[in-house]
Design a protein around this ligand. Structure first.
Ligand code: DX5
Ligand code: ZN
Length: 236
């Protein structure tokens, strides 16, 4: 038994107990009031968020259309937090534009391109943190050959496209498998989870090994005075 552990590894089910992690919260502005996005971003910054999660959708990769680089650039002065830009788009030509606009992390979907390795290299060459994401139906092995290159892995726990959907429990084994794979690399890679995160599901994904939680509807609910409480509840 390792000093300081009360239980042998086999008996412990609480992931956090064995691997203390700081849980980071990334509110998704998809659920914010689009008529005053700057104020909403300032409000979550003041409320204790760790990142600002920006959902970019193109109407092709997902059946919804949201925002582009101009909006990312407009939001930048409203927060000192890193902008975590989640690209749900099939054509990656705009990656340099998002980098110029002030994205700090740029995440692309494995399903969006046959050239995932090239996309990751491009993001890093632009001086940004590189993330890769997979949809619920995609196996974690899709990331095998890029894991050593990325800064972040994003597991979708809903089918991407819309806020306010229900969490897919089927993704929990994938989160566990990816946590193990990340540990094996020995690298500092964030394991982010996105979709249907609330106080209950936050506990489940953290127990499975996630350390960065995206939440839209669970944060942007009530008035702005509630955001700090909404964020804190997710930290468990
Ligand atoms: C879904 C987006 C998510 C979404 C999360 O395609 O990537 O970031 O806004 O929203 P909730 O937390 O409401 O499921
Ligand atoms: Zn997202």
């Amino acid at each position: 038994m390792v000093a300081g552990r009360r239980f042998p590894v086999e008996a412990a089910h609480d992931y956090c107990y064995l691997h203390p992690m700081t849980i980071k919260i990334a509110p998704s502005i998809l659920s914010a009031d689009f008529a005053c996005l700057g104020e909403e971003v300032a409000a979550i910054t003041k409320a204790g968020a760790d990142y600002v999660h920006v959902d970019v959708m193109d109407g092709h990769f997902v059946p919804n259309l949201t925002i582009g680089p101009a909006v990312v650039a407009a939001l930048k002065p409203h927060t000192h937090l890193p902008l975590d830009v989640h690209l749900m788009i099939s054509a990656l030509d705009l990656v340099p534009e998002f980098a110029r606009a002030g994205a700090d992390i740029i995440t692309v979907h494995a399903e969006a391109t046959p050239h995932l390795d090239r996309a990751v290299a491009q993001i890093k060459a632009l001086g940004k943190k590189a993330g890769v994401s997979i949809c619920p139906a995609t196996h974690e092995s899709a990331l095998d050959y890029v894991l050593n290159e990325v800064d972040l892995v994003l597991v979708m726990t809903v089918n991407p496209g819309f806020g306010g959907q229900s969490f897919l429990k089927s993704q929990l084994p994938k989160i566990r498998a990816l946590r193990e794979a990340i540990t094996r690399t020995g690298r500092d890679i964030r394991l982010e989870v996105d979709g249907g995160i609330n106080a209950t599901t936050a506990r489940e994904v953290v127990a499975a090994g996630a350390d960065m939680l995206v939440a839209g509807s669970a944060v942007f609910t009530g008035s702005r005075a509630d955001y700090a409480k909404n964020i804190e509840v997710l930290r468990g």
